[in-house]
Ligand binder design. Sequence first.
Ligand code: ZN
Length: 194
Amino acid sequence: MSIALAAGDALIVTDVQNDFLPGGSLAVADSTAVIPVLNRYIACFRARRLPVFATRDWHPPNHCSFSPQGGPWPPHCIANTPGASFPAGLELPADVHIVSKADTPEQEAYSSFGGGRLHALLQAAGSRRLFIGGLTTDYCVLNSVKDALRLHYAVFLLVDAVRAVNAQPDDGCRALQEMTRLGAVRIRYEELSV
Ligand SMILES: [Zn+2]
C-alpha cells in the first residue's frame, strides 16, 4: 500500500511524555523507539503544511487515576512538571496544536477526544483523515482511535510509532486487532509516498 498525504490529513502524536519513557514514573517498554519514527512523520506533515496535534496527560497532583487516590497508576504526568513534558528529542513544530486532557482531579480520559477540544480543533482545521501514533497502544491510542472512528474520521494507525503498556502480555496485540477490526488502517512510514 502507498498512501499520499493530502489536504484534510492531520497527524496526532499521542501522549509522548517523559513519564512514559525510560526513567519516568510510568515507563513503557521500548517507548523511546517511537520518537525518531514520529519525527519522520512530523517532518512529512510539516513539509506539506498539514496540521500536527500533540496530546498530553496533564494531571493535577491528586488525580483520580493515581494509586494514592485508589486509581490503577502511580502518579504520572503531573501538570507543569518535567514528567509531563514532551521529550527534548521530539521535534514538534512551532505551530503544533497541544491538547491537554484529564486535567481535573475527578476525571480520567484515556481518549484524546475526551472533553471535545480535539474534535473541535480538527473540525476547524478541516481534518478528515487522522494519522495516529504515540503512547500507549493499549490505552490512550486505542481509546482515541475508537473515538475517532465513532466520529467518522478515517484513521491510519502508525504501527511503527506506537508501544503498549502490556499489563497483560497480549494487550498491545489485542488492541491492534481491535482497532483494525473497527476500521483503522495500519501503516508504516515506508508506506507514505514522500
Ligand atoms: Zn494518566
